[in-house]
Write a protein of this length. Structure first.
Length: 153
């Protein structure tokens, strides 16, 4: 875990993503956890979409910042995620939860995932490092290409 290792992203792109993730955290709706998370995603078209966590009195319905950002990109028609940056107001970086890793996989099976925080520490991983042997769209295609005979039951 370090800020010493150079990112695979261009420094200017990384700076834009970090700024967007920090700005998004300011819109967090987190009255229950008080954990204000911001995320920013870079799409194949070069655009950046931000998002914050949105909680609910029915706790199970809370949405993480990463998923808010990814869903806004997807709702704008984006289908290719290059990078995801998550910011937490903590001394050490916080990595995306399992559910968010799966949602990243849907649109960014090779995406770069970066966690930043209030110190200089930064963690950078690839999605396959965070979610090896992932289940995804290809697995369903494989099922639908089976012969009707084998699918009978
Ligand atoms: N949270 C995120 O937004 N992203 C993560 O990667 C981990 C957790 C949010 C969900 C919830 O609103 C709060 O943090 C506490 O779990």
């Amino acid at each position: 875990m370090s800020s010493a290792r150079a990112s695979t992203l261009r420094p200017s792109t990384l700076r834009r993503l970090e700024k967007a993730a920090r700005a998004a955290a300011r819109t967090s709706y987190s009255p229950y956890s008080k954990f204000r998370v911001g995320a920013a995603v870079l799409t194949g078209s070069g655009k950046i979409y931000g998002g914050a966590n949105v909680e609910n009195a029915s706790y199970g319905l809370c949405n993480c910042a990463e998923r808010t950002a990814i869903f806004s990109a997807a709702a704008a028609g984006e289908r290719n995620l290059k990078a995801v940056v998550v910011y937490t107001p903590t001394p050490a970086p916080t990595m995306p939860c399992g559910a968010c890793r799966q949602v990243i996989h849907e649109f960014g099976s090779d995406a770069t995932v970066i966690a930043i925080c209030d110190s200089a520490q930064r963690v950078e991983r690839t999605l396959p490092e965070l979610l090896p042997d992932a289940f995804g769209p290809r697995d369903l295609l494989q099922a639908s290409s089976q012969s009707p005979r084998r699918n009978r039951r």
